[in-house]
Design a protein. Structure first.
Length: 299
């Protein structure tokens, strides 16, 4: 999806305060997120170069008018060398890298292999944290992935015409308790609930697959989807995302309600998402995040 084609889809928002002489690096995964970040940086007058992941990034990234370097999933050294050549001192990670890619057998370069050998575990937080450390070792700071797109974060409150029913609200309240525990264990950020019982928990398959599995288990009857940020969500990576595909999947699965963490969940194509939900009488609710004693965002 070329950046130019997305300008009409983005809500108006004030440009973030940044240095217009600074070059940012974008580590682009799959989906729309990298394109939104490029559009936001362009609106702010910021030059950005892209390290595209060959196994994940959409080919359209080559048509955005910015400099792109294609790197294999295991080519961490190549990506860092590219950023250093371009004078990058701050980088943004945007777009999912599917968890199953961890086990894809991609051949790591020396830099990646050395990093992997140091890991005590191969979960998302450990892997991404190690990448952050490698970037920092070369003077590159990974910053908040929503820096150029704060207007895409979900607001608090009911976002649709219909409010949650008493049954849906009870499922949301119950689901939030369970989902916070699951997310805190770095297992997944989405659970699907019916009558205060967990029907499905997201793992490596992703949100949509978990919702569809719940629909099959519950015979597509009145499911509630709860998608949360981690208790100490690091806004530099793995930020929860919903979009039109989320709503379409809910419709297929028979889900009627969706709750997300306000201020820490991105909504892509928000107007289209809400219009689709309203058309099918779904409800979407933004829940304020639970305060944490050491809430980590961008450090």
């Amino acid at each position: 999806m070329p950046v130019a084609a997305m300008s009409d889809a983005l809500p108006d928002a004030p440009a973030p305060a940044t240095s217009h002489t600074e070059t940012y690096g974008l580590i682009a995964g799959n989906g729309q997120f990298p394109f939104y970040v490029l559009e936001g940086a362009r609106a702010a007058g910021v030059r950005m170069v892209v390290a595209a992941i060959r196994e994940e990034t959409a080919p359209d990234i080559d048509r955005t008018g910015v400099k792109v370097e294609w790197c294999g999933l295991g080519q961490l050294g190549k990506m860092i060398r590219f950023f250093r050549r371009e004078g990058v001192r701050r980088a943004i990670m945007a777009g999912q890298v599917k968890h199953r890619q961890i086990f894809s057998g991609a051949l790591p370069d020396w830099r990646m292999a050395t990093m992997l050998l140091k890991l005590a575990r191969n979960n998302t937080d450990s892997l991404l944290g190690a990448v952050v450390a490698e970037l920092a070792a070369d003077g590159i700071e990974l910053v908040d992935s929503t820096l150029f797109v704060p207007h895409l974060l979900a607001p608090a409150g009911v976002l649709t015409k219909r409010r949650p029913t008493a049954r849906e609200r009870a499922d949301i309240d119950y689901g939030l308790e369970v989902a916070q525990v699951i997310a805190g264990l770095d297992l997944g950020q989405t659970i699907v609930v019916r009558n205060r019982a967990v029907v499905a928990v997201e793992a490596m398959e992703g949100t949509d697959a978990a919702i569809l599995r719940a629909g099959e288990l519950a015979h597509r009857r009145e499911l509630t989807v709860v998608k949360v940020a981690k208790p100490q969500q690091d806004m530099r990576f793995d930020v929860p995302v919903i979009g039109r595909a989320t709503i379409e999947t809910m419709l297929t699965a028979g889900a009627t309600a969706l709750a997300v963490t306000a201020g820490k969940t991105l909504i892509f194509d928000r107007d289209a998402v809400i219009a689709l939900a309203n058309r099918h009488k779904l409800t979407i609710l933004g829940i304020p995040p639970t305060p944490q004693p050491h809430d980590h965002t961008d450090s």
